[in-house]
Design a protein around this ligand. Sequence first.
Ligand code: AMP
Ligand code: MG
Length: 404
Amino acid sequence: MGSCDSQPGLIPFDEALQRLLAGAHVSVVTEIVPVAEALGRVLAEAPVASVSVPPADNSSMDGYAINTADLGANTSLEMSQRIPAGTPPQPLVAGTCARIFTGAEIPQGANAVVMQEDVHLEGDKVVFPADVPVGDNVRSAGQDILAGSQVLAIGTRLQAADLGILASVGLSSVSVYKRLKVAILSTGDELVEPGLPLGAGQIYNSNRYILTGLLQGLGMEVVDLGCVADTREATLAALEKAAASADAIISTGGVSVGEEDHVKSCVEHLGQLDMWKIKIKPGKPVAYGQVKGTPFIGLPGNPTSTLITFCLLARAFLLKLQGASFEPPLQLSVPAGFQRKRAIQRQEYLRVRFEDGCLQPFANQSSGVLMSASWANGIAVIPPQTVVDEGDLVGFIPFSELLG
Ligand code: AMP
Ligand code: MG
């Protein structure tokens, strides 16, 4: 067989991603969940603040609240009240100061707080420095969020800080999209489940566990259809069951050109195939279409290809079905700590570690070597027809951008 790289008709990565995104429409209904259980969920309605944060001016220091107009050289002021956090203050008596603590409301009539380290006590008077700027150590009402403003956008995948934002405006529940149900099927007569003895010619099914982990990381529900034999009948039956029980289908294996590869023809029989073969390495034979109206992506069987193609293509597609707005993964420019003299026609994704300011590739980049992905902390993106010299800037996508 000639080099796969010279095959015509491979779809460039960017085009494949655009086609997937164009075909992905939110396919789940909404539900209300408690904010405490909303981590990773996707907002279906934009929450609006009914209060400002903070609701009133408050002190950012332990110290003394004053009106700066009362200060001159060596001014000493009597203390007229004590304001701990959580206690509503009285208006400041003119010509006095108030003892105040971090987070306590600024009394009416005060316009600054002097931190306690900057004053000294003389009897029952507090002696202040001369020049205190108006507003010093005061956190103004609404500096974080203004009442009436929209705090988060529809399509936001809620992170810890977002949960804090929702809580800070007093919301205890939010409207989110229901978890996307994704059916997974692992094709291959050679596959055996972990825990069972391995017979001659068999290997353990690792893709099932890779996909389960990836989908759980995205907050999606896995409908696990197990292993599927390499026959047309078994493949048709599994795809039909998947289409009936999930919002999307992801398969692994069986999408290449061998006569044991049944997935594509079965998808065409039950629905339609919209895209096949992408100009990437690893993972060229990715297939995309629908089975009886349910979106389908077929990933190649080699475990590293499964992982990489899921992260770069299926992930974006599924997130859009889930209602999330698509954010391209952060790609940094990092010096290569390696050289690659042979340019290839496909875009290549090397499993690398970013360490000591440069990228080091795993020694064996075969798509059958899953240890490369377990060892790596990200992938280097080598565009088509590109040679790399040590020190060249190379695109680096940390796995943290792709695994959740
Ligand atoms: P295929 O795409 O079906 O030709 O599979 C490509 C390679 O990946 C073969 O070596 C398969 O044995 C292997 N493979 C396929 N599915 C899995 C799986 N679920 N777990 C581990 N290896 C797999
Ligand atoms: Mg196979």
